[in-house]
Write a protein that binds this ligand. Structure first.
Ligand SMILES: [Zn+2]
Ligand SMILES: [Zn+2]
Length: 181
């Protein structure tokens, strides 16, 4: 009889303990997931930017820094738009960008048949965005409009065949003769 009692009592205790353990684990998992999400939100890298007169401001919030890709473009089109020796933009997911203020949009065909959109400040003329019709879920912010551009250094160079002959290759970046990726 005592044997039977022991045999039935032990499994019951074990079952209860297991149940408790499972519940505790579930609870921990739930709370730690929430804690993880909160910590993650705090850790989401954020970048701010603006045009020269600050009439247009923006914020970029990424899941991770790797989502951004800064690149240099040596094509004549970028030279004309920036009025500089090359263009430099940072590719980010469209959904990561929040813009305050109304940009002026300029649409052009660069000769390749692809429409190019450029958005800038109507007051100071500072460029904010540049993207092709086939940019998909991405957009490109002008690197110089970032408040701390040094946080997103360039990863590559495009259209290197048009590089100004006085300009050296940027170290630790990839080089493409054209735009093919
Ligand atoms: Zn402006
Ligand atoms: Zn270009």
């Amino acid at each position: 009889m005592s044997n039977f009692f022991t045999l039935t009592k032990v499994p019951r205790t074990i079952t209860a303990s297991l149940h408790k353990l499972r519940y505790t684990r579930k609870y921990l998992k739930r709370t730690s997931t929430r804690a993880f999400t909160i910590i993650n939100t705090f850790n989401m890298p954020e970048y701010s930017g603006s045009c020269y007169c600050k009439g247009i401001k923006y914020t970029v919030t990424l899941d991770s820094k790797d989502q951004a890709r800064t690149s240099i473009c040596h094509c004549g089109n970028c030279r004309k738009w920036t009025g500089s020796a090359f263009g430099i933009t940072t590719k980010i997911p469209k959904s990561a960008l929040r813009v305050e203020g109304k940009t002026v949009e300029h649409v052009s065909d660069n000769g390749s048949g692809t429409k190019l959109y450029r958005e800038f400040c109507g007051t100071c003329g500072g460029g904010i965005l540049e993207y092709g019709a086939n940019a998909g879920e991405n957009t490109y912010i002008t690197y110089g409009s970032l408040d701390k551009p040094e946080e997103l250094p360039p990863k590559g160079e495009f259209f290197c065949k048009y590089r100004q002959n006085w300009m050296p290759q940027v170290p630790n970046t990839f080089q493409k003769r054209e735009i093919k990726e």
